[in-house]
Ligand binder design. Sequence first.
Ligand code: GDP
Ligand code: ZN
Length: 311
Amino acid sequence: MQATIYRSTGSWYTAKTEEGEIFQARMKGILKLDGKITSTNPIAVGDVVEIVREDGDVTANNAMITEITARRNYIVRSSPHKKTQKHIVAANMDQAMLICTVKEPRTSNGFMDRFLVTAAAYHIPVILVFNKWDIYNEKDLEKFDELRDLYENIGYKVLLVSAETTDGLDELKAAMKDKTTLMSGHSGVGKSSLINQLLPGLDLRTTAVSGWSGKGLHTTTYAEMYDLPEGGRLIDTPGVREFGIVDIPKPELSHYFLEMQPYITECQFNNCLHINEPGCAVKEAVNEGEIDVERYVSYASILETIQEEQY
Ligand code: GDP
Ligand code: ZN
């Protein structure tokens, strides 16, 4: 029978069938991905799998995973121990939400742009969700308006919410309805607080309760998926590390800065990196104010890290 993976603990997976029956499943023997045999542990939250109830098991709901259905998309992260080893974090998302804040703590443009580039490379649409609306003063709201204009002009949806007062949550819920949404964000932006609002009864520990040193108490080292009460699913990711990898060849980076796309083909050289080359249409667009300078700065700084990593 077909089931979707909601949780992984390394070797056991929580899988839910379309009828809502929950199984603890594991892999046995050869596993097929899209009809082909695969070797390493490749199952992730969001994967759609074929499971078979274990022989003789009638009560415990244990099952074997026999096949993974081809993924629409997925994100990977490198293992903390072995950089070259990559794990799939989550699969089959409709969209990703990056939780940001204008203050306490301030999310930098560079960080947002890195996330947006990586998500674009994975073909995942992004919604930027600014939290802590309740503590924004006039100046903070001006900053938010500026950021909203910048990112909406590029084509991203931007929301303003408060997990504290619940302002803006209806819009957030509407944006998540019937979709599978991955949520990510820097520690402290209020991701847990928002998830607690979206999933009453779940009670994810927030930083205020557990304290910064309480990390070991609630270790979410794996992504986890939840059904939303009004339809749709939420994937909580433990960190943003998976979005720090920009495994993109230098000449492709500008493709993922969506507003640069129309200019790229106008550059004099078709391998233009838009830094020092003559006849660069991207730089010209920056100079004419058609591309935001801060976005261009992000582009140049990400390009530099790719050079260092020598992709
Ligand atoms: P996480 O690390 O992103 O999961 O953030 P938490 O949910 O643990 O929140 C970090 C801190 O920000 C806690 O002290 C929360 O109470 C606080 N916080 C979260 N959301 C809001 C909000 O909308 N407004 C205000 N004022 N504080 C918030
Ligand atoms: Zn160029």
